[in-house]
Ligand binder design. Structure first.
Ligand SMILES: [Cu+2]
Length: 273
């Protein structure tokens, strides 16, 4: 094997290994605070590796060529007139095609695993009578089975109204209206979102979630917070002159803190402890 080929293989391998190492050790992303976040970050890491290999590989090759094949003193005339290289052209068409096909299929899989393929307005929940526990949790009678747990957790139901330039969170069963979103850690949240005026978008970077909030067409967002803390809610759709100030906070708290907050703010008298 010629030396150039060996060097090419070694440099490519080093580039791939280095990119994988960088994607795992560099800390670009905000806190991982929902069950969606690890799935999303998996895709981000794969895209980061592909992007780094391509960027460093291509710019590196260009810089190498500029230096290695520069015009030396005493060189006159044109370079070699090279035309066509069919195997090379097949190679540089096939490689990006395979990479793009892989990224496309993989992104679809991630989007599907995050629940992106569920119909936005799918709303087939029975409205049977609630237990006191379900009332307390703001439930509408729906319970959700977690995949790995035998415990059945009540779903936290929240209705989000977006308007120029604020988010309002309504907990129907507690008759709570809040400018801040409160959710208990580890419990599935089902948020029905609708806009009063123009299109807004609910975005929590720490949850890796972003969903449009549309006037006249409710959208449903399901998520499970996994880490306590306060995280920003940002409007991610240019919605008017004060769009940049359209922010709120999501408070992910321990279940007992959530219950305390719920009871303190609830105007509904039939909520029991
Ligand atoms: Cu907005």
């Amino acid at each position: 094997m010629p030396t150039t080929a060996i060097y090419t293989i070694l440099i490519s391998l080093a580039l791939i290994v280095g990119s994988i190492w960088a994607s795992n050790s560099l800390d670009f992303l905000p806190a991982v605070a929902s069950s969606n976040a690890p799935i999303y970050d998996e895709l981000f890491k794969v895209l980061f590796v592909i992007g780094t290999v391509l960027f460093i590989g291509m710019t590196g090759l260009v810089i190498y060529s500029l230096i290695q094949f520069r015009k030396r003193p005493g060189q006159e005339g044109d370079g070699l007139a090279i035309e066509e290289n069919l195997p090379l052209e097949i190679f540089w068409t096939a490689v990006p095609a395979v990479v793009i096909l892989f990224v496309g299929l993989y992104s679809y899989d991630i989007y599907n695993r995050m629940g992106g393929m569920q119909l936005l307005s799918s709303d087939s929940h029975s409205h049977h009578s609630m237990s006191a526990q379900e009332r307390l949790w703001g439930g509408i009678g729906e319970v959700k089975q977690e995949e790995n747990e035998s415990e059945v957790l009540p779903v936290i139901n929240v209705e989000l109204s977006a308007m120029q330039f604020a988010f309002l969170f309504n907990y129907p069963k507690g008759e709570i209206i809040s400018g801040e979103l409160h959710v208990p850690v580890g419990y599935p949240v089902r948020m029905r979102m609708e806009s009063k005026d123009v299109i807004h978008a609910f975005w929590v970077p720490e949850f890796r979630l972003k969903q449009d909030v549309i006037p006249g067409q409710p959208t449903i967002l399901n998520f499970t917070p996994t880490k306590t803390g306060k995280y920003p809610i940002i409007c991610a759709e240019l919605c008017g002159p004060y769009h940049g100030g359209m922010r709120s906070t999501v408070v992910v708290e321990e279940p007992d803190e959530y219950i305390a907050w719920f009871q303190k703010n609830s105007k509904s008298p039939d909520i029991e402890a």
